[in-house]
Design a protein around this ligand. Structure first.
Ligand code: ACO
Length: 323
């Protein structure tokens, strides 16, 4: 018998305000046509003044707990992926813990930018298979609108806010790739690429800073590295692209999503795509897409799902799981 971390519930939260591409035409030298054709994005949700990462994360966590039929006290740990926590400290995860009314267990943040949810899921899986927690809330939540340079048309049209969450719980499997739950993980980073995607501020420089990106360079790394990490994660458990029911990619750009699917030999009707509605929500994009994918009736129990992401660092990785 092998201990597995199985998905027991999924949920998400999006801020009420929807900003269509056309809204940027009023303030920037851009067009709906340019944004759609270069990125696939049509609209994004933007947090209201005072709406925070931990607040959105709490709503997503409650939705995932409802989906699982569980309460906050059934959870042993919270792992929250974000690069836009409310405060320098405490962690957004402990703020969610308090908001949920959880008085036991432990909570911490993970920061790997757009790859954050893959890192959080990998850590949560390790906590479960090593017997340190039976149930873990894994959350991705971001308010990237707060680190946008709203005068920079090459970045501000691409991002949005939101949160998504999974409940993972321990279950006995057989040790084969027919088991439900996380089957394999693959994490990578290469700090030499800092300059192509970063925020030009932070605590020790005493500024908040804005997101800066060399889009073409990020694009070039993304397709190659995402296909490679997904293939590595599949190979670890004796699977190939042909075995995959759903690819749930980080939702940054439809052209990256299409390029990666092509390299994996998968048609687009096996890819969950939400980028048109959410833009790039960084660490929130994968749990948002998993939740929307289940809601749409795309992802069903027993389906083989591959999820992959790349972000600032560069940091990238993939997780193979059976839903
Ligand atoms: N509207 C109109 N024109 C624009 C805009 C805009 N919003 N933004 C840039 N342009 C202009 C540029 O200034 C440039 O003009 P120039 O040729 O006169 O200099 C022209 O459009 C072409 O720009 P490119 O950068 O060549 O456009 P490209 O086809 O590469 O698309 C994009 C840009 C969408 C950013 C693309 O490179 C991309 O998606 N890269 C990956 C970015 C990404 O996904 N990052 C996130 C991944 S990691 C993470 O999630 C944090």
């Amino acid at each position: 018998m092998t201990l597995r971390a199985v998905v027991a519930g999924v949920g998400h939260y999006l801020p009420a305000r929807v900003v269509p591409n056309s809204e940027f035409e009023r303030t920037l030298d851009t067009s709906d046509e340019w944004i759609r054709s270069r990125s696939g994005i049509e609209r994004r949700h933007i947090a209201a003044p005072g709406e925070t990462t931990s607040g959105m994360a709490t709503q997503a966590a409650l939705a995932a707990l409802r989906d699982a039929g569980l309460g906050p006290d059934d959870v042993d740990a919270i792992v929250l992926a974000t690069s836009t926590a409310d405060l320098t400290f405490p962690s957004a995860a402990t703020m969610v813990q308090a908001e949920l009314g959880m008085t036991r267990g432990f909570a911490f943040d993970v920061q790997a930018v757009c790859a954050g949810f893959i890192y959080a899921l990998t850590n949560a899986n390790a906590l479960i298979v090593s017997g340190q927690a039976n149930r873990v809330l894994v959350i991705g939540a971001e308010t990237f609108s707060r680190i946008m340079d709203w005068s920079d048309r090459s970045t501000c049209v691409l991002f949005g806010d939101g949160a998504g969450a999974l409940v993972l719980e321990a279950a006995q499997g057989t040790g084969t790739n027919a088991d439900r739950g996380v089957l394999s993980t693959d994490l990578n980073s290469d700090g030499r690429h800092r300059e192509i995607l970063y925020v030009d501020g932070g605590v020790s420089t005493q500024t908040t800073g804005h997101l800066r990106m060399e889009g073409k360079e990020v694009f070039r790394h993304a397709v190659e590295k995402l296909a490679a990490t997904a293939t590595t994660a599949l190979t670890k458990v004796g699977l190939t692209g042909q075995d995959v029911d759903w690819v749930v990619p980080h939702q940054a750009n439809i052209r990256i999503i299409q390029g990666t699917a092509k390299k994996l030999g998968l048609p687009m009707d096996r890819v969950v795509v939400t980028v048109q509605d959410h833009g790039n929500t960084s660490a929130a994009s994968i749990p948002l897409a998993l939740s929307v994918g289940q809601e749409r009736g795309q992802i069903k129990p027993g389906d083989l799902v591959v999820t992959e992401a790349i972000g600032g660092g560069l940091a990238w990785g993939a997780v193979v799981l059976r839903w």
